[in-house]
Design a protein around this ligand. Structure first.
Ligand SMILES: [Zn+2]
Length: 252
């Protein structure tokens, strides 16, 4: 049986002498398919199976339980700028690893559409910064169902006005009175940014709005980035190998 679906290439792996196993993100979730002969005959898939290409995949279902065969793919979008910009390439490698390792049930179509718009958005951005990294990680936390609680103290419900602490373990803001060892301090400005982020819809222009509204310092961004990283560290059983390289690129 033949079927077609849009997909973003996340990774590819050699299988035997001639085939490739291709991992894609689709509106129905992750999909693995075998591209027969893709290592040998480059004709059918000329540069199509590169990471983050958006493709229209034409697949053939085989036996029950077996992976579908990728018969053909049409190119919809290539994020061209990755290939001439080392920083972007490193950023995309990190995103690819996160998208490949993280999985969840539910919201697949919304997730796919966000990633699709996000890749196009990043492709147009002249320079990627810690802001982009934080935004991506923050959205990922949302899809994973780990959006931090930032309106009120997670221990007592009080809404702090000026002094804020944060607990990753309990997933949110802590007030001055409830603070404990291990909670870390956030400035009122950082909390303001978190509030804006958490209120925002799934609009692809969100990032632009935030960037226009807030002039965050490098130090603010460092703290926000360490917050999302701590979440990943706490909740995920694996690490992201490409994170260190990305942090070196951003000098943090
Ligand atoms: Zn409290």
């Amino acid at each position: 049986m033949l079927f077609s679906v849009e997909g973003i290439v996340l990774s590819k792996e050699r299988i035997g002498e001639i085939d490739l196993l291709v991992e894609t993100l689709t509106p129905k979730g992750k999909l693995w398919a075998i591209a027969k002969g893709a290592q040998k005959s480059r004709k059918r898939f000329v540069n199509l199976l590169e990471e983050f290409n958006l493709l229209n995949l034409h697949l053939r279902k085989t036996l029950k339980g077996a992976l579908p065969i990728l018969e053909k793919a049409d190119l919809i979008f290539i994020p061209e700028s990755i290939w001439g910009n080392l920083e972007k390439y490193i950023f995309f490698s990190y995103m690819g690893e996160v998208l490949s390792k993280v999985s969840f049930k539910g919201l697949e179509a919304e997730y796919f559409n966000f990633i699709k718009d996000w890749v196009k958005f990043l492709d147009r951005e002249p320079k990627l910064t810690l802001f982009h990294k934080f935004f991506f990680e923050w959205k990922m936390l949302g899809f994973l169902g780990w959006s931090p609680q930032i309106e009120a103290c997670v221990r007592c419900g009080y809404q702090p006005k000026r002094i804020f602490y944060f607990s990753v373990k309990e997933g949110g803001i802590i007030c001055y009175r409830c603070r404990q060892e291990g909670d870390f301090r956030l400035s009122a400005e950082q909390v303001e940014v978190l509030k804006i982020f958490s209120k925002m819809s799934k609009n692809k222009e969100d990032l632009k709005k935030v960037m226009e509204k807030k002039a965050l310092t490098f130090e603010d961004l460092k703290i926000l980035n360490s917050l999302t990283e701590r979440f990943f560290n706490y909740f995920l059983v694996f690490e992201f190998n490409s994170l260190q390289t990305l942090k070196e690129t951003f000098r943090v």
